[in-house]
Write a protein that binds this ligand. Structure first.
Ligand SMILES: *Cc1c(COP(=O)(O)O)cnc(C)c1O
Length: 376
């Protein structure tokens, strides 16, 4: 059996161990310390070198979305709008709060939240007597959502946006970085993301007091007192100084990682150009994707995305169907949904190809050979 080709595996830049060793040498082996502060500064500089932005480093992207909902005051019985086609971590924190997710279908240009169905849903929920309290918008696979249209609608109805930029660090919309559009945004540094801290995430916000509040809540909400004093419920969501050391090393290579992921996309597109059955997702004008994963749609009378996926699997190559929409998940079967079937079609036809920034030329050739074989 040939060696495994992963969908997206960690790719160290070289400086990570230096920061981790510093943490050991100075005994900052704790969920606070110079690497945590340093990573926050690095991210702030990357996301918005010109204008003010604040980052709180956390234990995961899921924690960032959860704290975001808490900071916006989401409570049991509230409704929160959420993109349906996404990873479950976009929606689960809504349920943690005892709130109900209202799912919105995708549009075909970016596969993200449809502005049309977003507005339809807001109007309908208001007519039913319940105005949604927040909107969780996602930039799937690194492709920015139609964030200007979504923001216009959100502003019109005065509903705050939580931007799930877990897959989109390094993507931008007309030059403005993903993660800087919502009142609150979430980043993820899980092992499969474009950069990793092994596990980790961050909450991004333009408001200093929200970032401070996130740091406070993520360290068990301890009031200033010599003893342990609490006047609200806290969480253990802060990032470890060891993990943050990995993150500081990874930040040094982030721009390179974006280019490497984009090069994968270009390579697949060029070498699969002769197969009419395989379609790629192009960037609309002004949209810049980090191409976290290269995704294709398979449109063929006989070959399906499962034919390709299982053929690759036999050769020890990992690929994966697109995210199964949340409104099709058993756990969310009772949640309201607004759409026309676009995300279900994408799920049925779509496949994520191996997209690591560390893919070798030889590995890409192995993948290509297998895909071509399926069609011969
Ligand atoms: C990875 C991911 C998350 C969650 O991030 P974790 O750090 O794994 O908790 C949230 N949303 C999306 C879209 C993701 O891909």
């Amino acid at each position: 059996m040939q060696s495994k080709i992963w969908l997206s595996s960690p790719h160290m830049g070289g400086k990570e161990k230096k920061f981790v060793n510093e943490a050991f040498d100075t005994n900052w082996v704790a969920p606070l310390g110079p690497n945590v502060n340093g990573l926050e500064k690095d991210l702030e500089q990357f996301l918005s070198p010109q204008s003010e932005i604040h980052v709180a480093a956390l234990s995961s992207g899921t924690a960032a979305i959860h704290l975001g909902l808490i900071l916006l005051g989401i409570k049991a019985g509230d409704e929160v709008i959420c993109q349906s086609m996404t990873f479950s971590a976009s929606a689960n924190p809504i349920a943690y709060q005892g709130a109900t997710p209202v799912f919105i279908d995708s549009e075909p240009d970016t596969w993200n939240m449809s502005p049309e169905f977003l507005e339809e849903a807001i109007k309908d929920r208001i007519a039913k007597g319940k105005k949604p309290k927040a909107i969780v918008a996602v930039h799937l696979y690194g492709m920015p959502a139609k964030i200007d249209e979504i923001t216009t609608i959100a502003d019109k109805y005065e509903i705050p946006i939580i931007e799930d930029a877990a897959e989109a660090l390094g993507s931008n919309f007309h030059g403005r970085q993903c993660g800087t559009f919502g009142i609150i945004a979430a980043l993820s540094f899980n092992g499969n993301k474009i950069i990793t801290t092994s596990g980790g995430g961050a909450m991004v916000t333009h408001h200093d007091e929200l970032a401070e509040k996130a740091r406070f809540l993520s360290t068990q909400a301890r009031d200033p007192a010599p003893h342990y004093q609490h006047s609200q419920i806290g969480y253990n969501y802060r990032m470890s100084n060891i993990c943050a050391g990995i993150g500081r090393g990874q930040m040094e290579v982030l721009p390179q990682r974006v280019l490497q992921r984009r090069a994968n996309f270009d390579w697949y597109k060029k070498h699969l150009a002769d197969l009419d059955a395989i379609r790629f997702l192009e960037e609309p004008e002004g949209f810049y994707s980090n191409r976290w994963l290269t995704t294709v749609l398979v449109k063929h009378p006989v070959v399906t995305r499962e034919t390709i996926r299982t053929a690759l699997e036999k050769e020890n190559i990992e690929s994966r169907p697109l995210w199964k929409p949340m409104h099709c998940q058993p756990v969310f079967k009772d949640a309201p949904f607004y759409g026309d079937g676009t995300s279900e079609k994408l799920f049925n036809d779509g496949l994520c190809l191996p997209s690591g920034s560390n893919l070798t030329e030889g590995e890409r050739d192995r993948i290509l050979t297998e895909i071509k074989k399926v069609f011969n």
